[in-house]
Ligand binder design. Structure first.
Ligand SMILES: N[C@@H](CCC(=O)N[C@@H](CS)C(=O)NCC(=O)O)C(=O)O
Length: 234
């Protein structure tokens, strides 16, 4: 693995986070070596608080001593800071670039919030859970259109190779599997979202995905304990 200008790269993360997984995927795809530092989010390190004083969240990438925060910003930074290594993640064409960014924003604004609420809801919050489920399914329905718009010959979303939207969605894949185990509902299932389902199978075959994806049973346990204290069920 090669690092631009030999500067040290550190990643502050939390193992279960889909946002952190995005950054790990981008680093692996780019062939950038890095030191990973696991944060205890109940007792955040001085380094995290100093590096991301505004949001105090992971992921934070520290490159040559300079912190970069927010997963989308970090993935774009990695693409720009390490241009000569690995595939270019953002499309070269400005319109294609804008479309990839649009769908990335859509995922974070519309798909992840209700999904996160669903995973955090208590089992007796039946109506709330039904509403979060409905909102997540509606958002994923629309995301199918994004996959249609961005996918090219190989069925990945970055043109001829893996790209920005692949990385952003890729970080969520283990949570798709975990949610299915918890609730019986596969948000990227073939009957409702055939393009996403096919994309997910292809993405999961990449070496970077195999290296980065979390163990699904551990995520299920995490959802049942850390997130809600109770698992989601149908
Ligand atoms: N918009 C942020 C979200 C990051 C995020 O939600 N991180 C969570 C872990 S999954 C976190 O650090 N939570 C700690 C806290 O909220 O105090 C990104 O894309 O990086």
């Amino acid at each position: 693995m090669a690092n631009g200008k030999g500067e040290e790269v550190k990643l502050l993360g939390a193992w279960a986070s889909p946002y952190v997984a995005r950054v790990k995927l981008a680093l692996h795809l780019k062939g950038v070596s890095y030191e990973y530092m696991e944060e205890d989010l109940t007792n955040k390190s001085e380094l995290l608080l100093r590096s991301n004083p505004i949001r105090k969240m992971v992921p934070v990438l520290i490159h040559g001593g300079k912190p970069i925060c927010e997963s989308q910003v970090i993935v774009q930074y990695i693409d720009e800071a390490f241009p000569s290594v690995g595939p270019a993640l953002l499309p070269v064409d400005p319109h294609e670039r804008a479309v990839a960014r649009f769908w990335a924003t859509y995922v974070d604004d519309k798909v992840l919030p209700p999904w996160g609420m669903l995973l955090r809801a208590k089992t007796d919050e039946v109506e709330e859970r039904a509403e979060w489920m409905r909102q997540t399914i509606a958002a994923v329905d629309a995301l199918e259109e994004g996959v249609r718009e961005c996918s090219k010959s190989k069925g990945l979303l970055g043109g001829d190779d893996v790209g920005y939207l692949d990385v952003l969605l890729g970080g969520m894949v283990p949570w798709v599997y975990a949610t299915e185990k918890i609730s019986g509902h596969n948000f990227f299932g073939a009957s409702k979202a055939p393009l996403l389902a096919a994309w997910m199978e292809r993405f999961a075959e990449l070496d970077a995905a195999k290296a980065v994806f979390q163990d699904v049973d551990s995520l299920v346990e995490y959802a049942g304990t850390v997130l809600s204290g109770t698992a989601v069920s149908n």
